[in-house]
Design a protein around this ligand. Structure first.
Ligand code: ATP
Ligand code: MG
Length: 385
């Protein structure tokens, strides 16, 4: 008896004529993710099959599959030839040690196989009850587990009784490229993950205010970037030195404009970097009303300095909903580590909640915006994970 993993996708089925493009991309992404792990990978009728893997690699393969956008579900299966005896033997082995209720479901693509699917389910169900009737009973409506038997035309039958859920979404690379503004907080890694999940390949940019924000704060961002990079098929992080810009604003502009002006610098620098990288959108973790700087007036002020689309995947999410996703992708514990963030360094006592765009522009004219931006960009550090 051989083992295999059946990998299924979902939304791609809706893609009509473009379906081939999405299937090919998902196939490439899975192959890239499993590089270095011994296995054989092949497409099989709107699904993929992973075969010939070492038992000791099974958990690792599952972990990888859980992080590939586009993977809807997957099942570990026993593979036998299309013979009732072999199929029964495999079915019985899967029921060993189980208790509760079950049903058997058979799908017979090989029409030469006899008995038919209903009869096969009944026959094998009977054999299971014969052997394990003390612990197992049949429930067709609401079973604890379903034993699936897939009898295929190529002479192979797949038998399985568990299905794991992937993250679904669309294959990375199917929805263009974007640049995520990643802070050390909870929201931006979640915003990045959600965008990746819809098929956008992302790069990350972080504004670092050394020495006000130290190495530990940077390490935290690196660690968050790596975590979302696992879904992205690897990731690049660009760290921009932000201290000079903050000091200049602090020196020359009224205190309450700090955050508002800082945001405009961040957006401008991000757009320039995005263009040079071939990224088509900017992504932020802004959520409406969450903090004083996330009002529609503040967003208007920062949005008005860029032309590129700005995606804000968590804009209408409650904090608790964002935290739930952060926990799922394992970024929450890192995000709540108490390191300072560039926005807290020069935090004014009374930041503008509803900045007036005309006044913002006027105060910004006290700065040499272009020179500050050019200097910051010339000192960007790049990390590849
Ligand atoms: P987060 O939890 O992502 O830090 P937040 O609720 O703390 O978000 P803000 O601090 O107002 O909100 O930041 C809003 C968004 O601006 C962030 O989600 C992020 O996209 C971006 N941002 C803030 N600080 C930085 C930074 N130092 N580097 C890069 N992007 C940043
Ligand atoms: Mg923050």
């Amino acid at each position: 008896m051989e083992n295999a993993i059946i990998v299924r996708y979902c939304e791609i089925h809706l893609k009509g004529k473009n379906r081939g493009f999405f299937e090919k991309l998902l196939k490439t992404n899975i192959e890239n993710s499993l590089k270095g792990i011994k296995h054989i990978f092949r497409p099989m009728h709107s699904r993929y099959l992973i075969e010939d893997f070492a038992e000791s690699d099974y958990a690792l393969i599952c972990d990888k599959l859980h992080k590939i956008p586009g993977v809807h579900t997957f099942s570990r299966a026993i593979v036998v030839i299309n013979e009732l005896e072999k199929i029964t033997e495999a079915a019985l082995s899967l029921c060993e040690g189980k208790s509760g209720t079950f049903k058997v479901e058979t799908n017979r693509a090989d029409k030469t196989f006899s008995p038919n699917s209903v009869e096969t389910s009944a026959l094998i169900g009977g054999k299971i009850l014969e052997k394990y009737g003390n612990n197992l009973t049949v429930s067709v409506k609401n079973p604890d587990f379903t034993l699936s038997i897939d009898i295929r035309e190529d002479g192979k039958t797949f038998i399985y009784n568990e299905t794991q859920h992937g993250i679904s979404g669309m294959p990375v690379g199917s929805a263009g490229r974007g640049l995520l503004l990643i802070s050390g907080g909870i929201d931006s890694p979640v915003a990045g993950f959600m965008t990746i999940k819809r098929g956008m390949k992302i790069d990350c940019i972080h504004f670092h205010s050394f020495p006000y924000t130290g190495e530990a704060a940077k390490e935290k961002v690196i660690s968050l970037t790596k975590k979302i990079g696992e879904y992205n098929g690897g990731i690049n992080l660009y760290v921009v030195p932000f201290t000079e810009i903050q000091e200049e604003i602090h020196k020359k502009c009224p205190e309450e404009y700090m955050i508002t002006l800082m945001r405009r610098f961040m957006m401008r620098i991000s757009e320039k970097l995005a263009i040079s990288l071939g990224d088509q959108a900017i992504i932020t973790g802004e959520s409406l009303g969450q903090v004083a700087s996330q009002t529609i007036e503040s967003i208007t002020s920062s949005n008005s300095v860029v032309k590129m689309p700005v995606l804000r995947p968590v804009i209408a999410f409650d904090k608790l909903d964002i935290i739930e996703i952060a926990n799922k992708i394992d970024t929450y514990e890192t995000s709540i580590l108490p390191y300072e963030d560039c926005c807290t360094v020069f935090l004014p006592k009374f930041p503008l909640i509803k900045p007036n765009l005309e006044k913002v522009v006027k105060n910004e004219q006290l700065l040499d915006v272009d020179a500050l931006i050019d200097r910051a960009i010339s000192k960007i550090e790049r990390y590849e994970f």
